[in-house]
Design a protein around this ligand. Structure first.
Ligand code: AP5
Length: 214
């Protein structure tokens, strides 16, 4: 039986959001993206969103306590009952320990592996829908007209943290704070590594194999 309580690990631009959306559609589970939740809080103009926005624009992590609180609340919602795909959480060992301490059982952790220079190229070409969150790439996965979302028709934007200096800052944070989570979950026997090569469709096939869904 396929895993339905999943974590997607991996550097910025590895394709976590792209794969999480496909997985949650296929498995009929909730897609829980901390990046999306923080961007929504920012767009809503809340104090939390304003502070988080400062961290995100600088490529730093938002403090653990803030993100842990957001995720704990989100996982209590009914749409998470059939399962969930955690995209961008946990990102530190403290966040992973908080998930364990809260008794949130996870049955598979997929680590999406990609080289740093590929990340810089992918994020430099990413275009995002500010309304429905769909993600495109100017060459690999363009929208039909190249400038508007195929799903909701909104004009596509470049995320403020998708500029090269900030991408490199995010990669540094990833290697220091998030990469150690692979060992954490390997130690629990939950880790599967998937190479992010061959385009989104090919990677999705590998992810489905890794979680036992095909
Ligand atoms: P978040 O929004 O989570 O950003 P991220 O982890 O840096 O990941 P990205 O969204 O940049 O990339 P992705 O892996 O989802 O790739 P995507 O599918 O879009 O977080 C943003 C910020 O919020 C953080 O920097 C931090 O400040 C804060 N934050 C979030 N969570 C936090 C937490 N837990 N704790 C503290 N702070 C937190 O794909 C990228 C591009 O590549 C797209 O253009 C796509 O079309 C293309 N692509 C996808 N797959 C492929 C493929 N196989 N081949 C070629 N191109 C591909």
């Amino acid at each position: 039986m396929a895993c339905t309580r999943l974590i997607l690990l991996g550097p910025p631009g590895s394709g976590k959001g792209t794969q999480a959306k496909r997985l949650s559609d296929t498995l009929k589970t909730a897609h829980v993206s901390t990046g999306d939740m923080l961007r929504e809080a920012r767009a809503a103009g809340t104090e939390l969103g304003r502070k988080a926005g400062e961290c995100m624009d600088a490529g730093r992590l938002v403090p653990d306590a803030v993100v842990i609180g957001l995720v704990a609340e989100r996982l209590r919602k009914p749409d998470c009952e059939p399962g969930f795909v955690l995209d961008g959480f946990p990102r530190t060992v403290a966040q992973a320990e908080a998930l364990d301490a809260a008794g949130v059982g996870v049955n598979c952790v997929i680590d999406i592996d990609v080289a740093d220079e590929e990340v810089v190229s992918r994020l430099g070409g990413r275009r995002s829908c500010p309304q429905c969150g769909r993600v495109y790439h100017v060459e690999v996965a363009p929208s039909k007209d190249g400038t508007h979302c195929d799903g909701c028709g909104a004009g596509l934007v470049t995320r403020p943290d998708d500029v090269e200096d900030t991408i490199r800052a995010r990669l540094k944070v990833y290697h220091e704070k998030t990469a150690p989570l692979a060992a954490y979950y390997r130690g629990k026997g939950l880790l599967k590594t998937v190479e992010s090569v061959g385009g989104p469709d090919a990677v999705f096939g590998k992810v489905l194999n890794a979680i036992g869904a095909r």
